[in-house]
Design a protein around this ligand. Structure first.
Ligand code: FES
Length: 105
């Protein structure tokens, strides 16, 4: 499959495309966008935490410390471990320190 999905980050209003099989964070970086904080890129640090507001997706392994089961059920995921299956609307849920760092950039 060569599907390409559109990702909209609600907080910044930024949009970027994500190829099937790529994570949301990977797609954002490939297109030079900076609307989400980037950390380990491996599902472990929690910096790239987002809430999916709309759309279908699948998840790879991610830290339950940063995304407990109940939060995951509410659409909270790590952007480096979420793979779109349709267009997605997301909002960033960066930890406070990361949000402050983003605003300084
Ligand atoms: S960048 Fe560290 S969990 Fe996504």
């Amino acid at each position: 499959m060569n599907d390409i999905f559109e990702i909209t980050e609600q907080f910044s209003g930024k949009r970027f495309q994500c190829q099937d099989g790529h994570s949301v964070l990977q797609a954002m970086e490939r297109q030079g966008q900076r609307c989400l904080p980037v950390g380990c890129r491996n599902g472990g640090c929690g910096l790239c935490k987002v809430r999916v507001l709309q759309g279908e997706y699948r998840c790879g392994p991610m830290s339950s410390r940063h995304v407990p089961v109940a939060a995951r059920a509410a659409g909270e995921v790590l952007a480096c471990r979420v793979y779109p299956l349709s267009d997605l609307t997301i909002e960033r849920l960066a930890p406070q320190g990361a949000a402050a760092n983003q605003q300084q950039q």
